[in-house]
Design a binder for this molecule. Structure first.
Ligand SMILES: [Zn+2]
Length: 379
């Protein structure tokens, strides 16, 4: 199938191509270039001058939950501070939800992601916080994405509030063995009010020993040991990175750890944004993701993340689009997605605009006309 009359094709492999075409064969990209040079194809689709980009890769989301926290959001906007403790509200609702209810919520959010141009997403557990609830969260999620991440160490549940080390031991001894068959990654919320560096390291090492890929929530609320732990365990990605020291940035660059920035969290908690410019200038690979979760970033809009990155974090438009596509792919360790060149999986979004710049230039407007995975339209 030949897609012709593409106004601007972002490939993430050299400069964007104007007046472009793309040939898709058996779900993969077989050729990209100027429309005038396009090879013959069985079928052709005229995109009428629309821009095409690689599908967004949302490498950080929390989609296994029930209920919402609209009242907490409203209270926070009225002046109450954000802390990690509000997670307990979602934990209670998630434990009460049936498997079909959890799956229906995931399916609804997956459909939103597709409508927003997302072709690959990660989701974490972390709202069960019992072996049973973490295991079923990941089992349900595994039917919808290959990137399921065990986040039993999201926060210490209220039953363990006086003995956090006993909870860490439960995570290591019982939860990881039960969850590993359904999980791809392991994550820890290493921050004020959550887990410290030693606890995070022990959990990530145990996850690695069970075959899971480590990643970490680090330095969202304050500078801390998270980036050092990420380097020690060989994490693919350190996520949030809002409060970084010079040493942290050096570690990220040296160990080639992707810095996954989640501006939806800063937006929804009215907090200062991470300094993306400082990371990019130091040679760190940056990814943008939604952090979709009911407490601190209840959005599935990658275009909103691009708008925030450009307007509030001093990223250029091409840098932001690259971070939301190729950056996310790198944060997930994927080499077959995040770009549109020969051999790439045909995962892409068609934008109702002549250039991808419109994604940032027209904030709050959903310009995604269609979303394609493996060469097939999903939205
Ligand atoms: Zn998160």
């Amino acid at each position: 199938l030949l897609f012709t009359h593409i106004g601007e094709l972002t490939t993430n492999d050299g400069e964007p191509i104007s007046d472009a075409a793309m040939l898709v064969v058996d779900g993969s990209v077989a050729w990209v270039g100027r429309a005038d040079d396009a090879p013959a194809a069985d079928r052709a689709t005229d995109l009428g001058g629309a821009a095409v980009i690689p599908g967004f890769v949302d490498s950080h989301a929390h989609l296994m939950f029930a209920g919402d926290r609209a009242a907490e959001f409203a209270a926070r906007m009225a002046g109450e501070p954000y802390s990690a403790g509000g997670i307990a509200t979602t934990v209670a609702a998630t434990r009460q939800a049936s498997d079909p209810e959890l799956e229906a919520n995931l399916a609804r959010l997956t459909s939103e992601l597709h409508s927003n141009g997302v072709t690959t997403f990660e989701t974490k557990s972390g709202y069960g916080l019992t072996t049973h609830d973490e295991e079923r969260s990941l089992r349900i999620a595994a039917a919808h994405t290959p990137h399921t991440t065990f986040l039993g160490a999201h926060v210490v549940p209220k039953e363990y509030v006086d003995r956090p080390d006993a909870y860490v031991q439960l995570v290591i001894d019982e939860m990881i063995p039960a969850c590993a068959p359904h999980a791809w990654g392991v994550d820890v919320f290493c921050d004020r009010g959550a887990f410290d560096g030693d606890q995070a390291r022990a959990i990530l090492e145990a996850g690695k020993a069970a075959g899971l890929l480590p990643r970490i929530h680090a330095n969202q609320l304050q500078a801390g040991p998270g980036i050092r732990v990420a380097a020690e365990v060989g994490a693919l990605s350190a996520d949030h990175c809002t409060h970084l020291t010079d040493d942290d940035i050096e570690l990220l660059a040296e160990h080639e750890i992707v810095a996954t920035l989640l501006p939806g969290a800063e937006f929804s908690t009215r907090s200062p944004y991470p300094d993306a410019r400082r990371l990019l200038d130091a040679g760190v690979t940056v990814a943008l993701a939604t952090d979709c979760n009911p407490g601190s970033s209840y959005t599935t809009s990658m275009p909103l993340m691009i708008s925030l990155a450009v307007r509030e974090m001093r990223m250029t438009v091409p840098e932001a689009i690259r971070a939301a596509t190729l950056g996310g792919a790198k944060a997930l360790g994927r080499t077959d997605i995040g770009f549109l060149g020969e051999g790439a999986r045909a995962d892409f979004a068609v934008i109702d605009a002549p250039s991808a710049t419109h994604l940032a230039y027209r904030p709050g407007v959903n310009l995604i006309r269609s979303t394609w995975i493996n060469g097939r339209a999903v939205a």
